[in-house]
Design a protein around this ligand. Structure first.
Ligand code: LLP
Length: 410
């Protein structure tokens, strides 16, 4: 069999799969599958790659929606990262993890009056405004929070349509013309307009798009400054891709370096989520049974679309591997979950030599994995484990049936 590519800090030897210095089998002996598992070293490496070429005044704001586990946020906060949040819940998570409010930006197309009030009271780095209505709400707040205008630059990110956010007919942000109109209508004593931001989409493989975006935002910032506003930063959002086939690596350090060369006279902000946390995380699952229907061989595993919905929602393909090598002949399987939907599939043609009772690992699931999980089919959410060198700890317990019904009036 061809040697497989794996994320950094994931390897295989005669004891089977290892994360950092820990044999995964040791975790499997103690923790029932399915579970999410993360490598701390992998997380620190990608986060540090973003930080290494930024200056003290720049801010790399990890996008909490990708994975909001407070233990992971703490690691990132300790490295000096900022945070991008899109709800009061995420804002509270970041604060609880020890983030400094002055390192948090708050985006979102539907922020309510009370959301805005709460964010203003925390005195965060910036509220990223996405409508004229929000300007009115903010103008009436006594705190006069720092705000940025989130622009919809009418750019295609060339990604899955569900995660394109910068085209003119997307719901996000405001047009450049509307931004200028707002900057003309309100004086700097009415709104504290300090930034221009955008986020054009996710899983962006063409880094040129970031430079094109930076140029657009900088040109707009110049015009808005001339109208008397003290614009001090440009926020190019998140979106850098990862390679789910595990063949290439996009380089955050290089991206930051080139952005710094292009953006002059402004602090640089970025809001990466996936590219920081995706490759640090994986799902470990057991094969419940093998079956053949029609022409197709299936492995039915104990993780489902409720736990990892990216394949069902975006037809995403995650690389799957056996935790222990066996001598059995490999076959092309469709790997499916136990949920009662045909969409509950992790894809066809996974070449595996697994059988009932074996464990598999599903890679690149640290981002938008557990954070998008649900209890569909009354399935409790799985545990989350953090590996550091040769030890591991549970950073979220598996839910129980009691957790599922706790809030129901019975
Ligand atoms: N900033 C804003 C305003 C965003 O809306 C997002 C992602 C990010 C930053 C972070 O983007 P990233 O660096 O992670 O690409 N569930 C989808 C991805 C949805 C992204 C939503 N917004 C998936 O699993 O592919």
């Amino acid at each position: 069999m061809e040697p497989r590519m794996r994320p950094n800090n994931f390897s295989k030897d005669s004891t089977g799969l290892k994360i950092e210095e820990l044999a995964l089998q040791k975790v499997c002996e103690k923790i029932p599958t399915p579970f999410y598992i993360y490598s701390e070293a992998n997380l620190v490496e990608t986060a540090s790659a973003y930080l290494q070429n930024s200056n003290a005044n720049d801010l790399i704001c990890y996008s909490v929606k990708a994975n909001g586990n407070i233990n992971l946020l703490k690691i990132l906060a300790n490295l000096g990262m900022g945070f991008d949040v899109v709800s009061v819940g995420e804002l509270k998570r970041a604060l609880k993890a020890g983030a400094k409010a002055k390192k948090i930006v708050f985006s979102g197309v539907g922020k309510s009056k009370s959301d805005l009030k709460f964010a203003a009271e925390q005195d965060i780095y910036s509220i990223n405004i996405e409508s004229a209505h929000e300007v009115e709400l903010i103008k009436n707040l006594k705190e006069s929070p720092r705000v940025s205008l989130r622009i919809n630059p009418d750019m295609a990110a060339n990604t899955h349509p569900y995660i394109e956010t910068g085209k003119s007919d997307c719901k996000f942000g405001i047009s450049e013309a509307e931004a200028l109109e707002i900057a003309k209508t309100y004086s700097s004593s009415e709104i504290n307009l300090v930034g221009i931001s955008a986020h054009i989409g996710s899983q962006i493989t063409d880094t040129e798009l970031f430079f094109e975006l930076a140029e657009k935002l900088q040109a707009l910032a110049e015009q808005i400054k001339k109208l008397g506003h003290n614009v001090d930063h440009i926020d190019v959002g998140g979106g850098l891709a990862i390679d789910y086939q595990l063949e290439n690596q996009y380089d955050p350090a290089q991206l930051v370096k080139e952005l710094k060369e292009k953006i002059t006279g402004y602090d640089l902000l970025m809001e990466p989520g996936r590219s920081i946390v995706a490759q640090s995380g994986a799902v470990v699952t057991s094969v419940i049974t093998e079956k053949t229907n029609g022409q197709r061989d299936f492995l039915v595993v104990d993780v489902g679309m409720n736990d990892l919905m990216r394949p069902a929602l975006y037809s995403a393909r995650h690389t799957i591997e056996e935790i222990q090598d066996s001598n059995a002949e490999s076959k092309n399987f469709e790997v499916v979950g136990p949920v009662c939907e045909t969409a509950d599939s992790f894809g066809q043609n996974h070449n595996l030599n697994a059988k009932t009772g074996d464990q598999l690992i599903i890679y690149s699931t640290g981002a938008y994995g557990s954070s998008m999980g649900s209890n569909y089919n009354s399935r409790p959410k799985p545990a989350e484990i953090l590996v550091s060198k040769d030890s591991f700890k549970v950073i979220r317990k598996a839910e129980s049936f009691e957790d599922l019904i706790r809030l129901e009036e019975i």
